[in-house]
Design a protein around this ligand. Sequence first.
Ligand code: NAP
Length: 562
Amino acid sequence: MPHVITQSCCSDGSCVYACPVNCIHPTPDEPGFATAEMLYIDPVACVDCGACVSACPVGAIAPDTQLTERQLPFVELNAAFYPVREGKLPPTSKLAAVPEAPVVLPRPGGPLRVAVVGSGPAAMYAADELLTQQGVRVNVFEKLPTPYGLVRAGVAPDHQSTKRVTRLFDRIARMPGFSFYLNCEVGSDLTHDELLEHHHAVLYAVGAPDDRRLEVDGMGLPGTSTATEVVAWINGHPDFADLSVDLSGERVVIVGNGNVALDVARILTADPDDLARTDIADHALVALRNSQLQEVVIAARRGPAASAFTLPELIGLTSTSDVVLDSSDHDLVISDLADETDPLTRNKLEILANLSDAATAPTGKSRPRIRLTYGHTPQRVLGENVTDGIEFSVTGTDESRVIPTGLVLTSIGYRGKPIRGLPFDDMTAVVPNRGGRVIEPVGSEPVRGSYVAGWIKRGPTGFIGTNKSCAAQTVHNLVADYNDGLLVDPVHKVAALDRFVRGRRSAVIDAAGWKAIDDSEIARGGGQRPRDKFTTIAGMLEAAATAPAPTVRRRLLAGLRR
Ligand code: NAP
Protein backbone atom coordinates (compact mmCIF):
# COMPACT_ATOMS: atom_id res chain seq x y z
CA MET A 1 0.00 0.00 0.00
CA PRO A 2 2.43 2.73 -1.08
CA HIS A 3 1.51 6.35 -0.56
CA VAL A 4 0.84 8.64 -3.51
CA ILE A 5 1.29 12.38 -4.01
CA THR A 6 -1.66 13.99 -5.79
CA GLN A 7 -2.60 17.18 -7.59
CA SER A 8 -2.44 19.67 -4.74
CA CYS A 9 1.29 18.98 -4.11
CA CYS A 10 2.81 22.33 -3.10
CA SER A 11 6.43 21.11 -3.50
CA ASP A 12 7.61 22.65 -0.23
CA GLY A 13 9.59 19.49 0.53
CA SER A 14 8.20 18.99 4.07
CA CYS A 15 7.38 15.37 3.14
CA VAL A 16 10.96 14.81 1.97
CA TYR A 17 12.36 15.65 5.40
CA ALA A 18 9.70 13.60 7.18
CA CYS A 19 10.30 10.46 5.09
CA PRO A 20 12.59 8.04 6.99
CA VAL A 21 13.61 6.11 3.86
CA ASN A 22 14.21 8.94 1.37
CA CYS A 23 11.64 7.67 -1.11
CA ILE A 24 10.30 11.11 -2.16
CA HIS A 25 12.05 12.92 -4.99
CA PRO A 26 13.34 15.23 -6.27
CA THR A 27 14.64 16.41 -2.90
CA PRO A 28 15.45 20.10 -2.43
CA ASP A 29 19.16 19.36 -2.89
CA GLU A 30 18.69 17.37 -6.12
CA PRO A 31 18.85 18.86 -9.59
CA GLY A 32 15.37 19.36 -10.96
CA PHE A 33 13.75 20.29 -7.62
CA ALA A 34 13.39 23.96 -8.56
CA THR A 35 11.53 23.14 -11.77
CA ALA A 36 9.65 19.99 -10.69
CA GLU A 37 5.88 20.25 -11.29
CA MET A 38 5.33 18.14 -8.15
CA LEU A 39 7.18 15.61 -5.98
CA TYR A 40 6.82 11.84 -6.45
CA ILE A 41 6.84 8.85 -4.07
CA ASP A 42 8.78 5.79 -5.17
CA PRO A 43 6.17 2.99 -4.82
CA VAL A 44 8.89 0.34 -4.43
CA ALA A 45 10.85 2.08 -1.66
CA CYS A 46 7.83 3.48 0.27
CA VAL A 47 7.40 1.71 3.64
CA ASP A 48 3.87 3.05 4.28
CA CYS A 49 4.81 4.74 7.54
CA GLY A 50 2.57 7.72 6.77
CA ALA A 51 5.09 10.25 8.11
CA CYS A 52 4.73 12.21 4.86
CA VAL A 53 0.94 12.44 5.29
CA SER A 54 1.27 14.32 8.57
CA ALA A 55 4.09 16.50 7.24
CA CYS A 56 2.29 17.61 4.05
CA PRO A 57 0.77 21.07 4.66
CA VAL A 58 -1.86 20.73 1.90
CA GLY A 59 -3.15 17.17 2.41
CA ALA A 60 -1.84 16.02 -0.96
CA ILE A 61 -0.66 12.55 0.15
CA ALA A 62 -2.77 9.42 0.69
CA PRO A 63 -2.29 5.65 0.62
CA ASP A 64 -3.04 4.27 -2.84
CA THR A 65 -6.10 2.44 -1.51
CA GLN A 66 -7.73 5.67 -0.33
CA LEU A 67 -7.59 7.70 -3.52
CA THR A 68 -10.70 9.09 -5.17
CA GLU A 69 -11.53 8.07 -8.73
CA ARG A 70 -10.14 11.41 -9.93
CA GLN A 71 -6.83 10.86 -8.10
CA LEU A 72 -6.13 7.42 -9.58
CA PRO A 73 -3.99 8.74 -12.49
CA PHE A 74 -1.51 9.94 -9.85
CA VAL A 75 -0.59 6.33 -8.94
CA GLU A 76 0.98 5.87 -12.35
CA LEU A 77 2.35 9.41 -12.40
CA ASN A 78 4.28 8.86 -9.12
CA ALA A 79 5.63 5.50 -10.29
CA ALA A 80 6.58 6.83 -13.75
CA PHE A 81 9.13 9.18 -12.14
CA TYR A 82 11.25 6.20 -11.07
CA PRO A 83 13.20 3.83 -13.33
CA VAL A 84 11.68 0.40 -13.95
CA ARG A 85 13.41 -2.14 -11.66
CA GLU A 86 13.39 -5.88 -11.36
CA GLY A 87 11.72 -7.07 -8.16
CA LYS A 88 11.28 -5.17 -4.92
CA LEU A 89 14.35 -3.33 -3.76
CA PRO A 90 15.09 -2.85 -0.08
CA PRO A 91 14.30 0.73 0.87
CA THR A 92 17.28 3.02 0.98
CA SER A 93 18.23 4.05 4.49
CA LYS A 94 19.87 7.27 3.35
CA LEU A 95 18.13 10.23 4.91
CA ALA A 96 17.48 13.29 2.81
CA ALA A 97 19.85 16.07 3.69
CA VAL A 98 18.11 18.51 6.01
CA PRO A 99 19.29 22.02 5.15
CA GLU A 100 21.50 23.42 7.82
CA ALA A 101 19.68 25.85 10.06
CA PRO A 102 21.52 29.15 10.35
CA VAL A 103 22.97 29.63 13.80
CA VAL A 104 22.58 33.20 14.93
CA LEU A 105 25.61 34.27 16.95
CA PRO A 106 24.83 36.37 20.03
CA ARG A 107 25.67 40.06 19.64
CA PRO A 108 25.76 42.80 22.25
CA GLY A 109 23.21 44.89 20.33
CA GLY A 110 20.40 42.49 21.24
CA PRO A 111 18.60 39.78 19.27
CA LEU A 112 18.42 39.68 15.47
CA ARG A 113 15.37 41.70 14.37
CA VAL A 114 13.99 41.31 10.85
CA ALA A 115 11.11 43.14 9.17
CA VAL A 116 9.41 40.96 6.55
CA VAL A 117 7.34 42.88 4.01
CA GLY A 118 4.44 40.87 2.58
CA SER A 119 2.67 37.91 4.18
CA GLY A 120 2.33 35.35 1.38
CA PRO A 121 4.12 31.96 1.25
CA ALA A 122 7.65 33.36 0.74
CA ALA A 123 7.19 35.73 3.70
CA MET A 124 5.79 33.04 5.99
CA TYR A 125 8.45 30.46 5.06
CA ALA A 126 11.15 33.13 5.68
CA ALA A 127 9.65 33.89 9.11
CA ASP A 128 9.56 30.16 9.89
CA GLU A 129 13.21 29.74 8.95
CA LEU A 130 14.27 32.76 11.03
CA LEU A 131 12.27 31.67 14.06
CA THR A 132 14.03 28.32 14.25
CA GLN A 133 16.56 30.39 16.23
CA GLN A 134 16.07 31.33 19.86
CA GLY A 135 15.45 35.02 20.50
CA VAL A 136 15.05 36.17 16.88
CA ARG A 137 12.21 38.64 16.30
CA VAL A 138 10.24 38.80 13.05
CA ASN A 139 7.74 41.58 12.32
CA VAL A 140 5.57 40.93 9.27
CA PHE A 141 4.12 44.00 7.51
CA GLU A 142 1.19 43.56 5.10
CA LYS A 143 -0.82 46.25 3.36
CA LEU A 144 -4.13 44.33 3.52
CA PRO A 145 -5.92 43.64 6.82
CA THR A 146 -5.70 39.89 5.98
CA PRO A 147 -2.49 37.87 5.55
CA TYR A 148 -1.26 35.04 3.25
CA GLY A 149 -1.15 36.79 -0.14
CA LEU A 150 -1.91 34.61 -3.14
CA VAL A 151 -2.99 31.66 -0.98
CA ARG A 152 -6.02 33.74 0.00
CA ALA A 153 -6.44 35.79 -3.20
CA GLY A 154 -4.82 33.69 -5.94
CA VAL A 155 -5.43 29.97 -5.30
CA ALA A 156 -8.72 28.99 -6.97
CA PRO A 157 -11.59 28.44 -4.48
CA ASP A 158 -12.19 24.87 -5.67
CA HIS A 159 -8.60 24.04 -4.59
CA GLN A 160 -9.42 24.15 -0.87
CA SER A 161 -6.81 21.53 0.03
CA THR A 162 -4.10 23.84 -1.35
CA LYS A 163 -5.47 26.61 0.86
CA ARG A 164 -4.91 24.33 3.85
CA VAL A 165 -1.31 25.55 3.87
CA THR A 166 -2.70 28.55 5.79
CA ARG A 167 -2.95 26.27 8.85
CA LEU A 168 0.84 25.93 8.70
CA PHE A 169 1.12 29.72 8.31
CA ASP A 170 -1.19 30.21 11.32
CA ARG A 171 1.15 27.97 13.34
CA ILE A 172 4.17 30.01 12.23
CA ALA A 173 2.35 33.24 13.20
CA ARG A 174 1.86 31.87 16.73
CA MET A 175 5.60 31.19 17.24
CA PRO A 176 7.35 33.25 19.95
CA GLY A 177 9.03 36.26 18.40
CA PHE A 178 6.49 36.68 15.55
CA SER A 179 4.31 39.81 15.20
CA PHE A 180 1.82 40.87 12.53
CA TYR A 181 1.45 44.49 11.42
CA LEU A 182 -1.44 44.11 8.97
CA ASN A 183 -3.23 46.95 7.16
CA CYS A 184 0.08 48.82 7.10
CA GLU A 185 1.81 49.61 3.82
CA VAL A 186 5.58 49.87 3.63
CA GLY A 187 6.41 52.62 1.14
CA SER A 188 3.48 54.84 2.15
CA ASP A 189 2.74 54.39 5.88
CA LEU A 190 6.40 53.61 6.70
CA THR A 191 9.59 53.90 4.71
CA HIS A 192 12.37 51.40 4.12
CA ASP A 193 14.82 53.58 6.07
CA GLU A 194 12.43 53.85 9.01
CA LEU A 195 12.12 50.05 9.11
CA LEU A 196 15.91 49.80 9.15
CA GLU A 197 16.01 52.09 12.20
CA HIS A 198 14.02 49.39 14.04
CA HIS A 199 15.51 46.23 12.49
CA HIS A 200 18.83 44.75 11.42
CA ALA A 201 17.36 43.82 8.05
CA VAL A 202 14.29 44.22 5.85
CA LEU A 203 13.29 41.19 3.80
CA TYR A 204 10.85 41.90 0.97
CA ALA A 205 8.57 39.04 -0.06
CA VAL A 206 6.06 41.14 -1.93
CA GLY A 207 5.52 38.82 -4.90
CA ALA A 208 4.73 40.02 -8.41
CA PRO A 209 1.53 42.02 -7.94
CA ASP A 210 1.05 43.27 -11.52
CA ASP A 211 0.08 41.41 -14.70
CA ARG A 212 2.14 41.22 -17.82
CA ARG A 213 0.16 43.30 -20.32
CA LEU A 214 -0.62 42.22 -23.87
CA GLU A 215 0.40 45.07 -26.15
CA VAL A 216 -2.12 44.73 -28.97
CA ASP A 217 -4.74 47.16 -30.33
CA GLY A 218 -8.08 46.98 -28.57
CA MET A 219 -6.78 45.91 -25.14
CA GLY A 220 -8.43 48.27 -22.67
CA LEU A 221 -11.83 48.15 -24.42
CA PRO A 222 -14.71 47.21 -22.12
CA GLY A 223 -14.73 43.40 -22.25
CA THR A 224 -10.96 43.03 -21.89
CA SER A 225 -9.32 42.16 -18.59
CA THR A 226 -6.67 39.87 -17.17
CA ALA A 227 -7.11 36.38 -15.76
CA THR A 228 -5.28 37.33 -12.58
CA GLU A 229 -7.73 40.20 -11.97
CA VAL A 230 -10.59 37.74 -12.46
CA VAL A 231 -8.96 35.29 -10.01
CA ALA A 232 -8.69 38.12 -7.45
CA TRP A 233 -12.38 39.01 -8.08
CA ILE A 234 -13.41 35.36 -7.65
CA ASN A 235 -11.43 35.23 -4.41
CA GLY A 236 -12.94 38.41 -2.97
CA HIS A 237 -9.78 40.57 -2.96
CA PRO A 238 -11.06 43.99 -1.82
CA ASP A 239 -9.25 45.86 -4.64
CA PHE A 240 -11.10 43.80 -7.28
CA ALA A 241 -14.56 43.39 -5.74
CA ASP A 242 -16.02 45.93 -8.21
CA LEU A 243 -14.35 44.47 -11.32
CA SER A 244 -16.81 44.24 -14.19
CA VAL A 245 -16.89 40.61 -15.41
CA ASP A 246 -19.61 40.27 -18.04
CA LEU A 247 -20.62 36.62 -18.43
CA SER A 248 -23.70 37.37 -20.54
CA GLY A 249 -22.00 36.25 -23.78
CA GLU A 250 -21.63 32.70 -25.08
CA ARG A 251 -17.86 32.63 -25.14
CA VAL A 252 -14.82 33.84 -23.17
CA VAL A 253 -11.36 33.72 -24.77
CA ILE A 254 -8.30 33.37 -22.54
CA VAL A 255 -4.91 34.21 -24.10
CA GLY A 256 -2.06 32.04 -22.74
CA ASN A 257 -2.30 28.50 -21.36
CA GLY A 258 -0.52 28.48 -17.99
CA ASN A 259 -2.05 27.17 -14.76
CA VAL A 260 -3.78 30.51 -14.12
CA ALA A 261 -5.65 30.17 -17.46
CA LEU A 262 -6.71 26.65 -16.42
CA ASP A 263 -7.87 27.91 -13.00
CA VAL A 264 -10.05 30.62 -14.55
CA ALA A 265 -11.48 28.33 -17.25
CA ARG A 266 -12.30 25.66 -14.64
CA ILE A 267 -14.09 28.12 -12.34
CA LEU A 268 -16.03 29.82 -15.17
CA THR A 269 -17.32 26.44 -16.37
CA ALA A 270 -17.87 24.80 -12.94
CA ASP A 271 -21.25 24.01 -11.44
CA PRO A 272 -22.13 27.00 -9.19
CA ASP A 273 -23.71 24.61 -6.69
CA ASP A 274 -20.28 23.00 -6.21
CA LEU A 275 -18.62 26.41 -5.92
CA ALA A 276 -21.21 27.45 -3.34
CA ARG A 277 -19.51 25.02 -0.93
CA THR A 278 -16.15 26.84 -1.28
CA ASP A 279 -14.95 30.25 -0.07
CA ILE A 280 -15.69 31.91 -3.45
CA ALA A 281 -16.80 35.55 -3.13
CA ASP A 282 -20.59 35.97 -3.15
CA HIS A 283 -20.49 38.51 -6.02
CA ALA A 284 -18.67 35.97 -8.22
CA LEU A 285 -21.09 33.19 -7.32
CA VAL A 286 -24.07 35.37 -8.29
CA ALA A 287 -22.43 36.25 -11.62
CA LEU A 288 -21.68 32.57 -12.31
CA ARG A 289 -25.25 31.55 -11.50
CA ASN A 290 -26.50 34.11 -14.06
CA SER A 291 -23.82 33.25 -16.64
CA GLN A 292 -24.84 32.49 -20.23
CA LEU A 293 -21.44 31.03 -21.09
CA GLN A 294 -21.23 27.97 -23.31
CA GLU A 295 -17.52 27.83 -24.02
CA VAL A 296 -14.17 29.05 -22.71
CA VAL A 297 -11.42 29.01 -25.33
CA ILE A 298 -7.82 28.80 -24.10
CA ALA A 299 -5.57 30.04 -26.91
CA ALA A 300 -1.82 29.34 -26.87
CA ARG A 301 0.61 30.89 -29.32
CA ARG A 302 2.91 27.86 -29.45
CA GLY A 303 2.26 24.15 -29.98
CA PRO A 304 0.95 21.44 -27.63
CA ALA A 305 4.39 20.28 -26.42
CA ALA A 306 5.09 23.83 -25.21
CA SER A 307 1.90 24.05 -23.13
CA ALA A 308 2.63 26.14 -20.04
CA PHE A 309 0.15 24.31 -17.78
CA THR A 310 1.56 21.50 -15.64
CA LEU A 311 0.69 17.83 -15.92
CA PRO A 312 -1.01 17.54 -12.49
CA GLU A 313 -3.25 20.51 -13.33
CA LEU A 314 -4.13 19.04 -16.75
CA ILE A 315 -5.04 15.73 -15.10
CA GLY A 316 -7.16 17.65 -12.58
CA LEU A 317 -8.87 19.72 -15.29
CA THR A 318 -9.81 16.77 -17.46
CA SER A 319 -11.24 14.96 -14.45
CA THR A 320 -13.56 17.83 -13.47
CA SER A 321 -14.40 19.64 -16.72
CA ASP A 322 -15.55 19.00 -20.27
CA VAL A 323 -12.35 19.70 -22.25
CA VAL A 324 -12.15 19.49 -26.05
CA LEU A 325 -9.38 20.15 -28.56
CA ASP A 326 -9.68 22.32 -31.68
CA SER A 327 -10.09 20.10 -34.75
CA SER A 328 -6.93 21.29 -36.48
CA ASP A 329 -4.81 20.62 -33.39
CA HIS A 330 -5.11 16.84 -33.23
CA ASP A 331 -2.48 16.52 -35.98
CA LEU A 332 -0.20 18.92 -34.08
CA VAL A 333 -0.48 16.81 -30.91
CA ILE A 334 0.30 13.59 -32.81
CA SER A 335 3.34 15.11 -34.52
CA ASP A 336 4.63 16.57 -31.22
CA LEU A 337 4.14 13.16 -29.60
CA ALA A 338 6.25 11.49 -32.26
CA ASP A 339 9.20 13.80 -31.51
CA GLU A 340 8.85 14.12 -27.72
CA THR A 341 11.28 12.30 -25.44
CA ASP A 342 10.54 13.92 -22.06
CA PRO A 343 8.23 11.49 -20.20
CA LEU A 344 6.15 14.19 -18.45
CA THR A 345 5.55 16.11 -21.67
CA ARG A 346 4.68 12.84 -23.43
CA ASN A 347 2.16 12.17 -20.68
CA LYS A 348 0.59 15.63 -21.27
CA LEU A 349 0.45 15.02 -25.04
CA GLU A 350 -1.19 11.62 -24.55
CA ILE A 351 -3.95 13.26 -22.50
CA LEU A 352 -4.40 15.94 -25.20
CA ALA A 353 -4.50 13.28 -27.92
CA ASN A 354 -7.42 11.60 -26.16
CA LEU A 355 -9.55 14.76 -25.95
CA SER A 356 -12.68 14.93 -28.08
CA ASP A 357 -12.63 16.95 -31.27
CA ALA A 358 -14.31 20.34 -30.74
CA ALA A 359 -16.14 20.10 -34.09
CA THR A 360 -17.76 16.73 -33.46
CA ALA A 361 -18.05 16.59 -29.66
CA PRO A 362 -21.67 16.59 -28.52
CA THR A 363 -22.94 20.05 -27.55
CA GLY A 364 -25.87 21.12 -25.40
CA LYS A 365 -24.37 19.72 -22.18
CA SER A 366 -25.46 21.19 -18.87
CA ARG A 367 -22.09 22.84 -18.24
CA PRO A 368 -20.01 25.02 -20.59
CA ARG A 369 -17.01 23.35 -22.17
CA ILE A 370 -13.32 24.32 -22.36
CA ARG A 371 -11.73 24.36 -25.81
CA LEU A 372 -7.93 24.25 -26.14
CA THR A 373 -6.39 25.73 -29.26
CA TYR A 374 -2.74 26.07 -30.34
CA GLY A 375 -0.60 28.20 -32.68
CA HIS A 376 -2.74 31.31 -32.11
CA THR A 377 -0.85 34.59 -31.68
CA PRO A 378 -3.12 37.49 -30.68
CA GLN A 379 -3.09 40.42 -33.14
CA ARG A 380 -5.90 42.72 -32.00
CA VAL A 381 -9.07 42.90 -30.00
CA LEU A 382 -12.03 43.79 -32.21
CA GLY A 383 -14.94 46.10 -31.42
CA GLU A 384 -15.97 49.76 -31.60
CA ASN A 385 -16.99 50.59 -28.06
CA VAL A 386 -17.06 47.12 -26.58
CA THR A 387 -15.19 43.91 -27.34
CA ASP A 388 -16.82 41.69 -29.95
CA GLY A 389 -13.94 39.39 -30.91
CA ILE A 390 -10.22 38.76 -31.03
CA GLU A 391 -8.08 38.24 -34.12
CA PHE A 392 -5.14 35.82 -34.11
CA SER A 393 -2.48 34.98 -36.68
CA VAL A 394 -2.18 31.22 -37.11
CA THR A 395 1.33 29.75 -36.87
CA GLY A 396 2.77 28.26 -40.05
CA THR A 397 0.14 29.93 -42.28
CA ASP A 398 -0.63 33.38 -43.71
CA GLU A 399 -4.09 33.13 -42.23
CA SER A 400 -5.68 35.06 -39.49
CA ARG A 401 -8.63 33.81 -37.49
CA VAL A 402 -11.26 35.76 -35.63
CA ILE A 403 -12.90 34.22 -32.57
CA PRO A 404 -16.09 36.08 -31.66
CA THR A 405 -16.34 36.92 -27.94
CA GLY A 406 -17.49 39.66 -25.62
CA LEU A 407 -14.79 38.94 -23.02
CA VAL A 408 -11.05 38.57 -23.63
CA LEU A 409 -8.88 37.66 -20.64
CA THR A 410 -5.12 37.74 -20.99
CA SER A 411 -3.27 35.21 -18.85
CA ILE A 412 0.31 35.79 -19.85
CA GLY A 413 2.00 35.86 -16.45
CA TYR A 414 2.53 38.11 -13.46
CA ARG A 415 5.04 40.98 -13.21
CA GLY A 416 6.97 42.33 -10.23
CA LYS A 417 6.85 46.05 -9.51
CA PRO A 418 9.55 48.38 -8.19
CA ILE A 419 9.99 48.81 -4.44
CA ARG A 420 10.59 52.37 -3.28
CA GLY A 421 14.21 52.79 -2.21
CA LEU A 422 15.55 49.58 -3.84
CA PRO A 423 17.06 48.93 -7.29
CA PHE A 424 14.84 47.22 -9.89
CA ASP A 425 15.59 45.38 -13.11
CA ASP A 426 12.90 46.52 -15.53
CA MET A 427 13.64 43.75 -18.06
CA THR A 428 13.15 40.83 -15.67
CA ALA A 429 10.87 42.74 -13.25
CA VAL A 430 12.78 41.52 -10.19
CA VAL A 431 14.94 43.25 -7.58
CA PRO A 432 18.57 42.49 -8.53
CA ASN A 433 19.96 40.09 -5.95
CA ARG A 434 22.56 37.44 -5.23
CA GLY A 435 20.99 34.57 -3.33
CA GLY A 436 18.43 36.99 -1.89
CA ARG A 437 20.93 39.73 -0.95
CA VAL A 438 19.80 42.88 -2.79
CA ILE A 439 22.64 44.23 -4.95
CA GLU A 440 23.24 47.41 -6.94
CA PRO A 441 22.74 46.77 -10.68
CA VAL A 442 26.07 48.45 -11.42
CA GLY A 443 29.03 47.13 -9.43
CA SER A 444 26.87 44.48 -7.70
CA GLU A 445 27.55 45.97 -4.26
CA PRO A 446 25.12 44.64 -1.63
CA VAL A 447 22.50 47.14 -0.48
CA ARG A 448 22.91 47.14 3.30
CA GLY A 449 20.25 45.35 5.29
CA SER A 450 18.05 44.59 2.24
CA TYR A 451 16.93 41.11 1.17
CA VAL A 452 14.30 39.54 -1.11
CA ALA A 453 12.54 36.19 -1.33
CA GLY A 454 9.84 34.67 -3.58
CA TRP A 455 8.65 36.07 -6.90
CA ILE A 456 10.26 39.52 -6.43
CA LYS A 457 13.58 37.64 -6.08
CA ARG A 458 13.33 35.00 -8.82
CA GLY A 459 10.33 35.95 -11.01
CA PRO A 460 6.78 34.57 -11.13
CA THR A 461 7.39 30.84 -11.49
CA GLY A 462 6.95 27.74 -9.34
CA PHE A 463 4.46 26.62 -6.72
CA ILE A 464 3.66 27.62 -3.14
CA GLY A 465 6.29 25.31 -1.67
CA THR A 466 9.02 26.44 -4.08
CA ASN A 467 9.17 29.48 -1.84
CA LYS A 468 10.35 27.40 1.12
CA SER A 469 13.81 26.66 -0.25
CA CYS A 470 13.92 30.10 -1.90
CA ALA A 471 13.22 31.82 1.45
CA ALA A 472 15.65 29.50 3.28
CA GLN A 473 18.48 30.54 0.95
CA THR A 474 17.80 34.24 1.63
CA VAL A 475 17.60 33.68 5.39
CA HIS A 476 20.86 31.72 5.41
CA ASN A 477 22.60 34.63 3.68
CA LEU A 478 20.95 37.21 5.95
CA VAL A 479 22.09 35.35 9.08
CA ALA A 480 25.59 34.95 7.66
CA ASP A 481 25.74 38.73 7.11
CA TYR A 482 24.49 39.34 10.67
CA ASN A 483 27.10 36.96 12.08
CA ASP A 484 29.81 38.66 10.00
CA GLY A 485 28.88 42.03 11.50
CA LEU A 486 27.61 43.44 8.18
CA LEU A 487 24.22 44.45 9.57
CA VAL A 488 24.02 47.64 11.61
CA ASP A 489 22.29 47.47 15.00
CA PRO A 490 18.89 49.23 15.00
CA VAL A 491 18.83 52.75 16.41
CA HIS A 492 15.66 52.11 18.45
CA LYS A 493 14.83 49.66 21.22
CA VAL A 494 12.58 46.69 20.44
CA ALA A 495 9.63 48.14 22.37
CA ALA A 496 9.68 51.38 20.33
CA LEU A 497 8.39 49.75 17.14
CA ASP A 498 4.81 49.19 18.23
CA ARG A 499 4.38 52.80 19.32
CA PHE A 500 6.02 54.07 16.13
CA VAL A 501 3.82 51.98 13.81
CA ARG A 502 0.60 52.86 15.66
CA GLY A 503 1.58 56.54 15.51
CA ARG A 504 1.76 56.28 11.75
CA ARG A 505 -1.13 53.91 11.19
CA SER A 506 -3.67 53.79 13.99
CA ALA A 507 -5.76 51.17 12.13
CA VAL A 508 -2.90 48.64 12.11
CA ILE A 509 -4.13 45.10 12.81
CA ASP A 510 -2.27 42.58 14.94
CA ALA A 511 -2.61 38.80 15.30
CA ALA A 512 -5.67 39.17 17.57
CA GLY A 513 -7.36 41.40 14.99
CA TRP A 514 -6.65 38.87 12.22
CA LYS A 515 -8.03 36.08 14.41
CA ALA A 516 -11.23 38.10 14.89
CA ILE A 517 -11.57 38.52 11.10
CA ASP A 518 -10.80 34.83 10.54
CA ASP A 519 -13.29 33.65 13.19
CA SER A 520 -15.96 35.98 11.87
CA GLU A 521 -15.52 34.78 8.24
CA ILE A 522 -15.67 31.15 9.34
CA ALA A 523 -18.82 31.84 11.40
CA ARG A 524 -20.42 33.62 8.41
CA GLY A 525 -19.78 30.44 6.41
CA GLY A 526 -22.32 28.78 8.70
CA GLY A 527 -20.69 25.37 8.51
CA GLN A 528 -21.80 25.07 4.85
CA ARG A 529 -18.66 26.73 3.47
CA PRO A 530 -15.08 27.01 4.79
CA ARG A 531 -15.66 30.76 5.20
CA ASP A 532 -17.65 33.68 3.81
CA LYS A 533 -15.02 36.30 3.07
CA PHE A 534 -15.22 40.01 3.71
CA THR A 535 -14.64 41.75 0.40
CA THR A 536 -14.32 45.30 1.71
CA ILE A 537 -11.61 46.79 3.91
CA ALA A 538 -14.35 48.41 6.04
CA GLY A 539 -15.91 44.99 6.73
CA MET A 540 -12.53 43.56 7.71
CA LEU A 541 -11.74 46.48 10.02
CA GLU A 542 -15.13 46.19 11.69
CA ALA A 543 -14.52 42.50 12.39
CA ALA A 544 -10.96 43.17 13.61
CA ALA A 545 -12.33 45.75 16.06
CA THR A 546 -14.23 42.97 17.87
CA ALA A 547 -10.92 41.42 18.99
CA PRO A 548 -10.70 41.38 22.78
CA ALA A 549 -8.43 44.14 24.07
CA PRO A 550 -5.20 42.74 25.53
CA THR A 551 -5.37 42.38 29.29
CA VAL A 552 -2.95 44.45 31.35
CA ARG A 553 -1.12 41.21 32.23
CA ARG A 554 -0.72 40.27 28.54
CA ARG A 555 0.49 43.77 27.69
CA LEU A 556 3.05 43.62 30.51
CA LEU A 557 4.24 40.17 29.43
CA ALA A 558 4.53 41.32 25.81
CA GLY A 559 6.55 44.32 26.98
CA LEU A 560 8.84 42.06 29.03
CA ARG A 561 9.40 39.73 26.04
CA ARG A 562 10.42 42.72 23.95
P1 NAP B 1 2.83 31.05 -17.12
O1 NAP B 1 2.83 29.67 -16.61
O2 NAP B 1 4.13 31.75 -17.25
O3 NAP B 1 2.06 31.04 -18.55
C1 NAP B 1 2.02 32.20 -19.34
C2 NAP B 1 1.34 31.90 -20.67
O4 NAP B 1 1.24 33.13 -21.39
C3 NAP B 1 2.12 30.94 -21.57
O5 NAP B 1 1.21 30.15 -22.28
C4 NAP B 1 2.84 31.92 -22.51
O6 NAP B 1 3.14 31.38 -23.77
C5 NAP B 1 1.77 32.96 -22.69
N1 NAP B 1 2.25 34.23 -23.19
C6 NAP B 1 3.24 35.00 -22.69
N2 NAP B 1 3.37 36.12 -23.42
C7 NAP B 1 2.44 36.05 -24.40
C8 NAP B 1 2.08 36.90 -25.47
N3 NAP B 1 2.69 38.07 -25.67
N4 NAP B 1 1.09 36.50 -26.32
C9 NAP B 1 0.46 35.33 -26.11
N5 NAP B 1 0.76 34.47 -25.12
C10 NAP B 1 1.74 34.84 -24.27
O7 NAP B 1 1.96 32.05 -16.21
P2 NAP B 1 0.74 31.83 -15.20
O8 NAP B 1 -0.28 30.93 -15.72
O9 NAP B 1 0.37 33.21 -14.83
O10 NAP B 1 1.41 31.12 -13.93
C11 NAP B 1 2.44 31.76 -13.16
C12 NAP B 1 3.08 30.75 -12.21
O11 NAP B 1 2.15 30.40 -11.18
C13 NAP B 1 3.47 29.45 -12.90
O12 NAP B 1 4.67 28.97 -12.35
C14 NAP B 1 2.33 28.52 -12.54
O13 NAP B 1 2.64 27.15 -12.59
C15 NAP B 1 2.01 28.98 -11.13
N6 NAP B 1 0.63 28.62 -10.79
C16 NAP B 1 0.43 27.35 -10.29
C17 NAP B 1 -0.84 26.93 -10.02
C18 NAP B 1 -1.07 25.54 -9.50
O14 NAP B 1 -0.14 24.82 -9.24
N7 NAP B 1 -2.31 25.12 -9.36
C19 NAP B 1 -1.94 27.77 -10.23
C20 NAP B 1 -1.70 29.06 -10.73
C21 NAP B 1 -0.40 29.46 -11.01
P3 NAP B 1 4.67 31.00 -24.16
O15 NAP B 1 4.95 29.74 -23.39
O16 NAP B 1 4.58 30.84 -25.62
O17 NAP B 1 5.52 32.16 -23.71
